[in-house]
Design a protein around this ligand. Sequence first.
Ligand code: PRT
Ligand code: MG
Length: 224
Amino acid sequence: MSAGTGNGAAGLNIALSKGRILEESLPLLARAGVVPVENPLQSRKLVIDTNLPGVQITIIRAADVPTYVQFGAADLGIAGRDVLMEYEGDGLYELLDLRIARCRLMVAEPAGLAARDDPKAWTRVRVATKYVNITRRHFAAKGIQTDLIKLYGSMELAPLVGLSERIVDLVDTGNTLKANGLVEVERIADISAWLVANKASMKMKHVPLKALVDRLARAVGSNA
Ligand code: PRT
Ligand code: MG
């Protein structure tokens, strides 16, 4: 399926994920004039109408947002740049940096190791991460081989239990790393949430979609 069928011929469906993205997207959507009729932070509904006729939001797992949008199950989506970089599909447009849910994707390791380590001397590293594609690409570009251990969360635990000394994970305040005796050694990317769109929806629902994107762009600007 490649056509945008997210919400019928005229409607627009926006895929959002619970957690950080939802918490920071709701105020932004509100400034853009889009208000869910039920509070998605409390509701168990997965598809929620909004005050705008034909505009619905769908609540899914963060890592599923690019898939929903690529295959037209949603016309628009809000996803972290980390999720988009890790996703290997190519059927979606990255329209707008929403400048929310900001953090950075970092290589980290135990403070004791960092004190005597030189990242410039690395030729092969063992890394535990949720971001195996990004990590492989990042190190390959520098000619460094990687032994990757795929985890689905709590990467900070890996060095403590001897899975791997190095991890690749998101860092915001740095408190989680610090609490686990880890320090940042290399920045891979600055991260924020982006608005993405299904390619077919961009053509077939151009007028309503563009109107919504313009509202969001103004809302982002007004928050600058
Ligand atoms: O819950 P689910 O498994 O479905 O997905 P998820 O856990 O990825 O969702 P969620 O809501 O936790 O995160 C969604 C998105 O928020 C991520 O994809 C990022 O784009 C963005 N984001 C921004 C963050 C952070 N900041 C962040 N700090 N996501 C996670 N963290 C974690 C990080 O992994 C680490 O464990 O917070 C911890 C570090 O925070 P500090 O402040 O201690 O440095
Ligand atoms: Mg989570």
